[in-house]
Ligand binder design. Sequence first.
Ligand code: ASP
Length: 633
Amino acid sequence: MCLTFWLSQLYRGLPRSIGRTTQPVWDSLSRNLVLSSQRRIPEFSSFVARTNTCGELRSSHLGQEVTLCGWIQYRRQNIFLVLRDFHGLVQVVIPQDESAASVKKILCEAPVESVVQVSGTVISRPPGQENPKMPTGQIEIKVKTAELLNSCKKLPFEIKDFVKKTEALRLQYRYLDLRSFQMQYNLRLRSQMVMKMREYLCNLHGFVDVETPTLFKRTPGGAKEFLVPSREPGKFYSLPQSPQQFKQLLMIGGLDRYFQVARCYRDEGSRPDRQPEFTQIDIEMSFVNQTGIQNLIEGLLQYSWPNDKEPVVVPFPSMSFAEALATYGTDKPDIRFGMKIIDISDVFRNTEIGFLRDALSEPQGTVKAIRIPEGAEVLPIFLKANRNWNSSVAKFIMEEQRLELIRLMEIQEEDVVLLTAGEHKKACSSLGKLRLECADLLEIRGVVLRDPALFSFLWVVDFPLFFPKEENPAELESAHHPFTAPHPSDIHLLYTEPEKVRSQHYDLVLNGSEIGGGSIRIHDAELQRYILATLLKEDVKLLSHLLQALDYGAPPHGGIALGLDRLMCLVTRAASIRDVIAFPKSFRGHDLMSNAPDSVPPEELKPYHIQVSWPTDSEAEKSSLNHPHHPES
Ligand code: ASP
């Protein structure tokens, strides 16, 4: 039987969000597992004390002697007890006769969420007492023996998906939160998808799974890294932001097709879709071009995609970075809906309107707009529009400009037009943000813009090799990372106008989130040295091992990394990546369960030749201001 089929059966009918999850989801989980058990699913009860899982029992098991282990979900009038495991729920009849008094005592006294083992016979429920909503609803267990394996204290929250709890509380008691149906679903689906990815890469395409070190050294450029003290005075390891250097070195070592489910670390502060440690499906190949990598990834996602989701359609569309920025104001466009940015500079070439005139007189100055269809009806922030255009600017717009705008933007009555003027990139990116905000607002008010079932992949290509540094635009930084190869037709510009060089970097975007990125690499040591030292002004000594290796017959190579957490977050439609990670960090990078990071007594720091310099009160205050009252989540 094919595993994806099993998954699709397992999870069909899953509710969409934790908030809306109700008890019967356990039932659908269990029903679907039985379907799959007829198709030879994994053996869930091998090597352990139980004979069956709670969720798998049906009328076909009538008369069988079974042993079940599970948690007490609830008890009804000391007559019935509902037992739960990851597989589903089953009803156990508590014996009432004198001879079974000890069994009754155990089952009636054990608090909810205690773990018990029961043995007994599968019997049918009396006529009229079947529960069609429960997959095991035709049967119940007539108990002969029961053992309390472990009792449960009063819980900080009920183990029911529909019971609301703060994320901080969920993270503090993560092991209890993991008992929820939604977390079980998310982690099991993640495991299944990774298994299919391994199968596709290793078994179908000859990739080699290689583990690379997590104690490494500083990499120039890129993200901030975590430091790990060593016993050598003043020397530190760094936790790698990705296995980038190692995977390139593996190509030089002739490994040819590498992949790894790799843990990466970036000390960059949390955002809703970031974690200080996260997982990448990291890939590198020799003798490959951009199309080769893109085809591989499209095949990989198609192969590993859960069967119960909207299928992945390949090939994925592709858009240049320049077009993405000009049309959607971002390098990760959500192309599931329109409201594209339109350049309306020409309409206003001779305008009287001061801020538009000023903007257009600047280099790269533009006027841009987006049209929100029927926005006036839905968006409360705008007053009802009328024929005279409801805007303080409107009276300065001449009639012919008005007509031209209507034509260019296909404006209808009740539409809202948002207009901005300024430097191209800035104007686009502010409209890009507004576009998304408006989409959210429209959807909150019931307008369906983005089909929630749809998965819309997009390649963004032809990035510039460098961006001007934000803090000092005269200096350059890599748009991806310093190992990315320039576009072959732009190489000559490296020596004259490096800011104009396009790169062989590609990003993969899903529904407006970046879920992957990669590039064809530089395999020429001289070119790599020139880019690092001359253009990026980096200390090449830090990378001397890589530069040396490139000189010893490095094959042309390229690769990509997919962000597994973000991908799973989108696949499961979780509210945050923390919902697809078993033990995530809080918003401020803390483990709320164990309280990491934790302090270390000075004597334990001695072997590392480290002393803590405690912040002054005002420094401490400043740092807490940098983390404004964000609840620990
Ligand atoms: N190492 C890169 C990253 O983490 C991905 C790649 O270029 O393959 O973004």
